[in-house]
Design a protein around this ligand. Structure first.
Ligand SMILES: Cc1cc2nc3c(=O)[nH]c(=O)nc-3n(C[C@H](O)[C@H](O)[C@H](O)COP(=O)(O)OP(=O)(O)OC[C@H]3O[C@@H](n4cnc5c(N)ncnc54)[C@H](O)[C@@H]3O)c2cc1C
Length: 381
């Protein structure tokens, strides 16, 4: 049994969700604990999802996608986020690269890269952050110097999800002095000479999602690697954050759903029979369920706006903030209420808590989301 949400899914969303759920049960759940421990990214599972058309649901058919609705896409992300969240994160990042290509790529770039990414043959990575420029992303310093026939990159990037696994890296680098307008976006293939993968991070959560440094040493790339215009890189990066933040929100919503369902199963079972404060927990989780229903409504609204190509950046920030804070709050309470069992690896409860923490940081921290929302509010009144 599962929690019920409104509105009921339309048939295409329900079909996609059912497919994701079946694959999740068959492929992800049985080995989730072992892979979290060994920090293994399962490319074969990603390929299985790709074969079922779950990677590129909202991408046009002409580029190998399913041309489905964003409701369907987020329904799949939510379903897959019930387990270790590396898969929805990997799908989300690959979609950021596809989104940037669709919006800013020339015909050659679109025709070359989109079919490979949308079929899952290739995996994408999106590299904006550097040690000194996380929240203040435009302070990046990786240099791309113009040379005859293209650019030469020297420097490094950090915290690149899918690093070492990806086949195509969308890398933001500095081509000019102006803070925002001096940044350009480049499409860099793995195995490009002068480009290598640096340190793989050991982290609190998201254990099965690779996170690495990228190193560029006199890395020469052709002019054709430039996405959009020179100096347009920061605009390109920001353009994908709306999609990314809704995706992270949907991941938070899926994780929260799994947490609430687990707490309810515990309350209905042995734990509930002996728990002296069962009612207090039930009331707290009733409120979480109501809040989750609200977050999911916002994701549905955002999905429809994205289908209509209507800007929803501020809604994306609100969703990211509310969904991931809710994931953190509910998973913390689940761990707390289960006591010692809550911190045992085998119970697969503490992983929710570790993964939720990462969600509050990625795609702009939640402090930055508050800052963005506050700035918009200033303009409203
Ligand atoms: C699991 C994971 C995956 C990631 N994947 C990618 C990826 O694929 N590609 C990529 O480019 N990056 C990625 N990142 C990097 C991520 O985008 C940055 O970690 C994030 O933007 C925060 O930057 P920072 O870590 O440098 O923190 P900082 O910017 O140094 O912030 C530190 C603290 O200060 C707060 N803070 C900063 N500025 C303000 C402000 N103006 N007002 C209030 N508070 C503020 C922040 O909220 C935070 O709490 C990933 C990070 C993680 C953890």
């Amino acid at each position: 049994m599962a929690l019920i949400f409104y509105p009921p899914l339309k048939s295409d969303e329900a079909n996609y969700r059912a497919k994701a759920s079946a694959l999740y049960q068959q492929w992800i759940l049985p080995t989730a604990l072992a892979e979290d421990r060994s920090e293994t990214f399962r490319r074969d599972i990603f390929n299985t999802f790709a074969k079922q058309g779950l990677i590129s649901i909202a991408i046009p058919r002409s580029f190998g996608g399913g041309e489905g609705s964003y409701r369907s896409y987020y329904a799949v992300i939510e379903e897959l986020a019930k387990g270790p969240i590396a898969f929805p994160i990997t799908i989300g990042v690959t979609n950021l690269v596809m989104g940037a290509l669709l919006a800013f790529g020339n015909e050659t770039q679109k025709n070359t890269f989109l079919p490979k990414l949308s079929s899952g043959e290739w995996l994408g990575a999106f590299s904006l952050s550097e040690p000194q420029s996380g929240s203040d992303a435009a302070a990046l310093i990786l240099k791309a110097t113009k040379v005859p026939g293209g650019y030469s990159l020297t420097g490094s990037k950090c915290w690149c999800t899918n690093g070492g696994q990806a086949d195509l890296y969308l890398v933001m680098a500095r081509t000019g002095e102006a803070k925002n307008k001096g940044i350009s976006a480049f499409l860099i293939r793995k195995n490009t000479s002068g480009f290598s993968i640096g340190k793989k991070e050991k982290k609190l959560g998201l254990k099965t999602s690779p996170l690495t440094e990228l190193i560029f040493e006199d890395c020469d790339i052709p002019e054709t690697a430039l996405l959009g215009e020179e100096g347009q890189g920061f605009e390109i990066a920001l353009s994908q954050l709306e999609a990314g933040r809704i995706g992270i929100g949907a991941t938070g919503a899926g994780l929260t759903t799994a947490v609430i369902e687990r707490m309810q199963r515990e309350l209905n079972g042995e734990f509930g029979k002996h728990c002296p404060f069962k009612e207090a927990i039930a009331h707290k989780f009733a409120e979480y369920y109501a809040r989750l229903q609200g977050v999911k409504q916002l994701i549905t609204v955002a999905a429809d706006l994205r289908d209509q190509r209507i800007d929803c950046k501020i809604l994306a920030s609100q969703i990211k903030l509310l969904a991931t804070d809710l994931a953190m709050e509910t998973s913390g309470d689940l761990v707390q209420f289960l006591g010692e069992r809550g911190v045992q690896e085998e119970e697969q409860v503490e992983r929710f808590f570790r993964d939720a923490k990462a969600l509050q940081i990625v795609e702009g921290t939640n402090q930055i989301q508050r800052l963005l929302i506050a700035k918009e509010m200033e303009k409203m009144i």
